[in-house]
Design a protein around this ligand. Structure first.
Ligand SMILES: NC(=O)c1ccc[n+]([C@@H]2O[C@H](COP(=O)([O-])OP(=O)(O)OC[C@H]3O[C@@H](n4cnc5c(N)ncnc54)[C@H](OP(=O)(O)O)[C@@H]3O)[C@@H](O)[C@H]2O)c1
Ligand SMILES: [Zn+2]
Ligand SMILES: [Zn+2]
Length: 335
């Protein structure tokens, strides 16, 4: 069979049709018919080869929701017709120390769907079935995709930063990732302070669950929020005034970074040392945490707010993401 996809043939180019042959599903493989696919900022960064790891033709799309149409002989946890989601990761070794601890996302042999394979801007996606996750019935197809990359990335980062309940959480940037971070943190019983460059998002933030909003003009340092924070998460794809944000953490507070800024971090030591604060980065999330996140989203009614586009309008949708005009996640859907 042929997969009909949309690919960038060179760095920064608009997407054009591309076809590929996935071969027969063997052993643990599965083939998924795509029903919807979110557009993450990482798709843009990969098309533009910002991280130096892109191969062309590159088929973006790693917030995939679809229906299982073919499985290999060893697949037991999925059956034909199941509705599943797929995120950034398409496989890992499943045997190393990280994999055995449930941190498949940290595996040295982790493979990314749009780095080592072909993504969901296509009619079908092929991958290791052990990285396809059943979607709870209460989560609609067109909003499920963004949970599989954006949702798990902020959920895992906040959990590993120590988020429980009753804390003060700061979220920088209210894009695809950030608007889900606000929902996870607030619905789990925390007070959320949002830092945003966009006036309309500042006005909408309380409806997402924020208690406090700080407007930060682009390129400027953030003014002090009305309260000190236990955890701050940065979802911004740019360097920020890191030192200023560190000052807004409580003692023993954690600054967790998921947005990808290219430049090395320049951090003043004193705000870290004097209050025993920490900085961490966090990539996507392991399989156990993906399943936990899907349950939390379903049980607490956490719903990505999406703007849908037919697959044929992929280039217009990507331009809108680049311009920070989407409210809050673009999702391609089958007409
Ligand atoms: N760590 C991981 O595993 C992982 C996973 C997925 C994505 N990512 C990365 O996370 C980042 C966010 O992805 P996304 O899909 O959420 O992107 P997005 O939807 O474009 O949102 C990013 C938000 O950052 C803010 N922003 C953008 N430019 C800014 C600037 N110059 N100064 C201050 N704020 C700015 C904007 O929020 P406001 O309008 O509110 O200011 C924007 O909506 C990207 O770098 C992406 O590659 C990382
Ligand atoms: Zn992503
Ligand atoms: Zn491994």
């Amino acid at each position: 069979m042929e997969i009909n996809a949309l690919a960038a043939y060179q760095s920064g180019e608009t997407l054009k049709p591309y076809s590929l042959n996935p071969g027969q599903a063997q052993n643990y493989d599965c083939l998924i018919k795509v029903l919807a696919c979110g557009i993450c900022h990482s798709d843009i960064s990969m098309v533009d080869n910002e991280w130096g790891q892109s191969r062309y033709p590159l088929v973006p799309g790693h917030e995939v929701v679809g229906e299982v149409v073919e499985i290999g002989s060893q697949v037991k946890h999925l059956k034909i017709g199941d509705r599943v989601g797929v995120g950034w990761q398409m496989s890992s070794c499943l045997q190393c120390r990280d994999c055995l601890k449930g941190n498949e996302n940290l595996c040295n042999e982790s493979k990314g769907l749009i780095v080592n394979g072909y993504g969901g801007f296509a009619d079908y996606v092929a991958l290791d079935s052990r990285f396809a996750f059943a979607i709870p019935a209460g989560i609609e197809t067109e909003i499920a995709g963004p949970l599989l990359c954006g949702g798990i990335t902020v959920y895992s980062a906040l959990r590993h930063a120590g988020m429980t309940s009753g804390q003060e959480i700061g979220v920088i940037g209210v894009g695809g990732l950030g608007h889900m971070a606000v929902q996870f943190a607030s619905k789990l019983g925390n007070k959320v302070t949002v830092f945003t460059t966009s006036q309309d998002k500042a006005e909408f933030a309380t409806q997402l669950g924020a208690s406090h909003v700080v407007v930060v003009p682009p390129g400027e340092s953030p003014p002090a929020p009305s309260r000190q924070l236990d955890i701050i998460i940065s979802t911004v794809p740019q360097s920020l005034d890191w030192g200023a944000y560190l000052e807004y953490l409580n003692s023993d507070g954690t600054f967790t970074i998921v947005g990808v800024a290219i430049e090395p971090l320049s951090i003043p030591l004193w705000p870290l040392l004097s209050k025993r604060r920490r900085i961490m980065g966090s990539p996507i999330g392991g399989r156990a945490m993906i399943m936990e996140m899907l349950s939390v989203a379903s049980n607490f009614g956490i719903k990505p707010i999406v703007e849908t586009f037919p697959f044929e309008q992929v280039n217009e949708a990507m331009e809108k993401v680049r311009a920070n005009k989407v409210r809050y996640r673009a999702v391609l859907t089958v007409a």
